[in-house]
Write a protein that binds this ligand. Structure first.
Ligand code: THG
Length: 369
């Protein structure tokens, strides 16, 4: 399929780093939370190899924050997620599925607890702010809900620690996975978490000042020269291999958290109150009929502008591929697919049509690596 240019406008928001990544050769964008999110620089495959060996700086400002503060903020945040946050601690990040009153998925943010009465939901691509405001209005909660001007810079890759130490000192190495703290650089205090949408390790800097973010961006490239730093972005191949799920691609508001394998982030048997709790208990009782699994396809490319159907040898539907890419590591197309229950343990080959030709593949567990 041909690619068409997407026209920028006020509605399709730029980030404080857009000028920089464009002068550094960003080659494609996707749209995420009504904002530009880079999707490749040299090429997805070249970016992939570089990410796994060196360190990259990512403009992930499109991972917007929904700030919820005030007396009832903890109550509202808990209403929105099936993960039990009653024992949550300030300084920690919680990956948490958001679920609606029907038990369907709304988003899968990282929830950062900044204070007992202040939370940042670092969201994937759906309008969580309206969901939050709707619940707050309906439940008459004493909260403030906003989207602050916070623009994340991610530093990802095996050399991320080396680079960050040069700017923020040895102390940054003590930061644990999914914890955040504040670190000074040139007189500015940066909120930094050890997290990021790759399994190569690294940090995310939640920058609340455009100038401070742009300065940091430039310093990262200056200091990173010796580590072969490059601009990068969430990488399709790496994230599929690692099974980092993408809302809107792998699952959406027609799927429930069991189908997306979110079992370990679901606490249906604790006292906490959240939307869809009874629905989810019903779903658990009845059991699910499909779930996300991995697929490997014997081919060297795939275009994913829509879901692709998998068939068995009797032309029955096995499931649907929702994300896929050629993996140079597996030398196959690998993908994340919603697979129907009769096929969960199947070792048989399925069929898939790519560019009007039939290819074969098999089902496997996630993650690939
Ligand atoms: N970082 C920040 N915000 C984000 C993302 C991010 N918002 C959008 C999107 N990514 C949200 N989705 C995810 C999905 C997976 C993870 C983080 C955010 C993730 N998962 C790990 C895993 O699955 O192995 C660890 C989860 C855990 O065990 O707690 O990191 O990337 N700021």
């Amino acid at each position: 399929m041909k690619n068409y240019p997407i026209v920028k406008s006020r509605r399709l928001r730029s980030t404080p780093y857009t000028d920089r990544i464009e002068s550094q050769g960003v080659s494609s964008y996707t749209v995420y939370n009504h904002m530009l999110l880079p999707s490749s620089f040299k090429s997805i495959e070249a970016d992939y190899h570089h990410l796994k060996e060196f360190v990259q700086v990512w403009d992930v400002a499109a991972e917007r924050q929904v700030e919820i503060s005030g007396k009832d903020s903890a109550k509202l945040v808990q209403l929105m997620t099936c993960r039990d946050l009653s024992k949550s601690k300030i300084g920690k990040c919680y990956y948490a599925p958001l679920v609606d009153h029907q038990g369907f998925l709304v988003n899968d943010p990282i929830i950062n607890k900044l204070a007992e009465d202040k939370w940042w939901l670092s969201i994937a691509d759906s309008d969580v702010i309206f969901f939050a405001k709707g619940i707050a209005a309906g439940q008459k909660l004493d909260v403030e809900i906003s989207e602050p001007n916070v623009n994340i810079l991610a530093v990802q890759g095996p050399l991320a620690d080396n680079l960050m130490v040069k700017l923020f000192g040895e102390k940054i190495k003590e930061l644990k996975f999914f914890n955040f703290n504040y670190f000074n650089f040139k007189g500015y205090k940066y909120f930094i978490a050890r997290s990021g949408w790759s399994k190569q390790g690294g940090f995310e800097v939640y920058v609340d000042d455009n100038k401070a973010g742009q300065d940091l961006y430039d310093y990262l490239f200056e200091a990173g020269e010796e580590f072969n730093v490059r601009p990068g972005c969430p990488n399709l191949i790496e994230r599929i291999e690692s099974a980092l799920l993408s809302y809107g691609n792998d699952f959406d508001n027609r799927d429930n958290p069991f189908e997306a394998n979110f079992d370990k982030y679901m606490h249906l048997d604790t006292e906490v109150n959240f939307l869809g709790k009874e629905k989810l208990k019903k779903i658990r009782e009845n059991g699910i009929k499909r779930k996300l699994m991995g697929v490997k396809i014997d081919h060297d490319s795939i275009d994913m502008y829509c879901e692709k159907t998998l068939f068995d040898d009797k032309n029955e539907v096995v499931g649907f591929v929702r994300s896929a890419a050629y993996s140079p590591t597996f030398k196959k197309v690998i993908g994340i697919a919603m697979i129907n229950k009769p096929y969960w343990d199947s070792k048989d080959q399925f069929k898939i049509e790519i560019d009007e030709k039939i290819f074969v593949g098999t089902i496997c567990d996630l993650p690939f690596i």
